[in-house]
Design a protein around this ligand. Structure first.
Ligand SMILES: C[S@@+](CC[C@H](N)C(=O)[O-])C[C@H]1O[C@@H](n2cnc3c(N)ncnc32)[C@H](O)[C@@H]1O
Length: 274
């Protein structure tokens, strides 16, 4: 990831998610202790990382706090690079403001259906950035305040039934689940193969798919948000674009919205739940 960050000697880096301190040590080794700040949410983990880094002979600046807020002591544009080794539902704006225009942000975007994409963004101005998702299959634990809220045990309820226009198994694949998550970001996905469940606890909306007659698929939906209608429409757009892997997607961030798109900025896209 340090290579993917395109970091150069002399540049200042903010890392979110110190963890064991391993990646922090790599950064400090390459750039120097005074060039690296790392933020860790969990104080116990942060203390253990501090000891491990000291034992290994490194002394980068370590902060215990919520990396969503960036570095609490940094001014706007204080960093050239920002790297996150936990994932986010959207690009945290406080962190974006701490990277100078022309600087880069390497962040894994994920969500409540546990689908992920690693994006490299270039900061284009105060509060704005654009970039593309990278090849490969990167995933990280979701940042603590971005995790889904606790929910009760699932109870499947009756609803409206129809035939699905797409094979539900597609949302069990790496990129298909990513597309589904973009289309229904408040939902959690469960299930396997043709038997998929989407559940948005905040609205009580559910969608459930199952094999139907003649090799087709049935979907049952209930609640104010027709989750399968959204996912199905997104999957069809993605399929019409030849089903690219995440590297066929890009992201544009502004103060007003954060939009993930397929192909080019004016291609089909979905707003992140900012
Ligand atoms: C996959 S681990 C990081 C791995 C680490 N870079 C290493 O080399 O060991 C993710 C870390 O992110 C931390 N984390 C989660 N949410 C966070 C947040 N909002 N701010 C800062 N750290 C966070 C977790 O406590 C965990 O230690």
């Amino acid at each position: 990831m340090w290579q993917q960050l395109e970091v150069k000697p002399g540049q200042k880096v903010l890392e979110v998610g110190t963890g064991t301190g391993y990646s922090t040590a790599l950064g400090a080794h390459r750039l120097g202790d005074d060039r690296v700040t790392s933020v860790e949410y969990d104080p116990v983990v942060g203390r253990a990382a501090a000891s491990a880094l000291k034992a290994a002979g490194y002394a980068p600046r370590l902060v215990v706090g919520d990396g969503l807020r960036g570095d609490p002591d940094a001014s706007a544009g204080a960093y050239d690079r920002l790297i996150a080794t936990c994932s986010f539902r959207y690009v945290p704006m406080a962190r974006l403001h701490q990277v100078k225009p022309g600087g880069k942000i390497l962040v894994t975007l994920s969500g409540w259906s546990y689908a992920s994409g690693l994006a490299l963004l270039t900061v284009t101005g105060p509060g704005s950035a654009t970039g593309r998702f990278l090849p490969g299959y990167t995933s990280f634990m979701i940042a603590r305040p971005h995790d889904r809220p606790p929910r009760p045990t699932l109870a499947l309820l009756p609803g409206e039934e129809r035939t699905s226009l797409v094979d539900p198994a597609v949302i069990g694949t790496w990129t298909g689940s990513w597309v589904a998550q973009l289309a229904a970001p408040a939902a959690e996905r469960m299930g396997a193969g043709a038997e998929q469940i989407l559940w948005d606890v905040s609205t009580g909306s559910q969608a459930r798919t199952l094999p139907g007659p003649d090799g087709r698929w049935t979907v049952v939906q209930r609640g104010p948000v027709r989750l399968w209608d959204r996912v199905e429409a997104a999957v069809r757009l993605w399929q019409a674009a030849d089903e690219p892997h995440q590297e066929g997607f890009g992201i544009t961030v502004s103060a007003a919205r954060q939009r993930v798109w397929i192909g080019t900025e004016d291609g089909p896209g979905w707003d992140l739940p900012v």
